[in-house]
Design a protein around this ligand. Structure first.
Ligand code: UT7
Length: 308
């Protein structure tokens, strides 16, 4: 049996900071509305998915003490590839000089958790060290005159190196879920802009996060109190708070970065993970609960023991 262990991590966000006040200059909105309804105070804009993925990936490989040629597979979770063809993971592969395969994976905002599970599955059946990246440049598919969407999105990404270990490894449980009959709730056509039924996504998000998180905790043989840190997708602070409350996880055991980055889709969970690591909030042996949801609809949870 071959499991996984996280041995490196990194993030990348564009330099340009856009505050709520900046947005209020051209849109009929306000800092008060955005902060109260979403928890977002500022976001980073101007990113390109490949560039953020390369930078985050390089940091993760460095931190793992590896050379890019030691990487056997690149999995890039993204909803905003640079182009339809080639896959953006191939741009990352070429820039870093990794070995083996490279592929994109689109599960919208659940992409990082989906990518974690896919990578673990490939490692279990023989893949070597895997660079898993979640990166999105939602600013590129956003109509900046649409206040409904413009206030929510940001650009960013993060990466982890997953190494094979003998035995069951650190991915203790997972579930992947989709309900394509709800695909109309969050859409973006080729060449178009993001559109969302925000109220409906909100309502469903809380329910599915709680359900899949509880299932992942149970499948790992744990109780809620055994979870040291919740690392949720960052779409709306009120969704995170409602899910925490229903799960019985105090906000003090949750990583929140939405105030600084907005909704970065596949980038949000690795950004929140890195923030917790940088602040010394994660110790070896801690049990992290990762939970994402988004367009599709897709949703996914995983319990990851921190082995690094
Ligand atoms: O990444 C995964 C997918 N995304 C999500 O999970 C997001 C889920 N949804 C949400 O986070 C929230 O539904 C939103 C933040 C999108 C909206 O918050 P809400 O509390 O559901 O607001 P609402 O859509 O019900 O709008 C309330 C009011 C409306 O005015 P009236 O009808 O009450 O007069 C809107 O027109 O707020 C108005 N409004 C705004 N006002 C200022 C909507 N957007 C804005 C805005 N600035 N940007």
């Amino acid at each position: 049996m071959r499991g996984i262990r996280v041995t490196g991590w990194g993030i990348s966000v564009p330099d340009k900071v856009v505050t709520n006040d900046d947005l209020s200059v051209r849109l009929d909105t306000s800092d008060a509305w955005i902060t109260e309804r979403t928890g977002i105070r500022e976001r980073r804009i101007g990113g390109k998915t490949s560039e953020m993925a390369i930078e985050a990936g390089r940091q993760a490989v460095d931190r793992a003490g590896l050379a890019p040629s030691d990487i056997d597979l690149v999995v890039l979770a993204t909803t905003t590839p640079d182009a339809l063809v080639p896959g953006t993971a191939c741009t990352v592969q070429a820039a870093l000089g990794t070995s083996g395969g490279a592929m994109d994976l689109n599960a919208a905002c659940s992409g990082f958790v989906y990518g974690l599970v896919v990578s673990a599955g490939l490692i279990a059946t023989g893949a070597g060290r895997t660079l898993l990246i979640g990166a999105d440049a939602l600013s590129r598919i956003t109509d900046w005159d649409d206040r409904k969407m413009a206030v929510l999105v940001g650009d960013g990404g993060g990466a982890v190196v997953l190494e094979p270990v003998e035995g069951p490894g650190d991915l203790l449980s997972w579930n992947l879920n989709a309900d394509g009959s709800l695909r109309h709730l969050l859409t973006c056509d080729h060449g178009g802009y993001l559109d969302m039924d925000g109220k409906e996504v909100f309502r469903r998000a809380v329910r599915v996060v709680v359900e899949s998180a509880q299932r992942a905790i149970g499948d790992a043989g744990l109780e809620v109190d055994d979870i040291d840190l919740l690392v949720p997708h960052q779409a709306n602070l009120r969704i995170i708070q409602a899910a925490c409350q229903r799960l019985g996880i105090p906000e003090s055991r949750t990583s929140v970065v939405i105030d600084r980055y907005g909704n970065t889709s596949s980038g949000s969970i690795p950004l929140a993970l890195e923030d917790a690591l940088r602040r010394g909030r994660v110790r070896t042996g801690d049990r992290l609960l990762l939970s994402g949801f988004g367009g599709g609809m897709t949703w996914a949870s995983a319990v990851l023991r921190w082995g690094a």
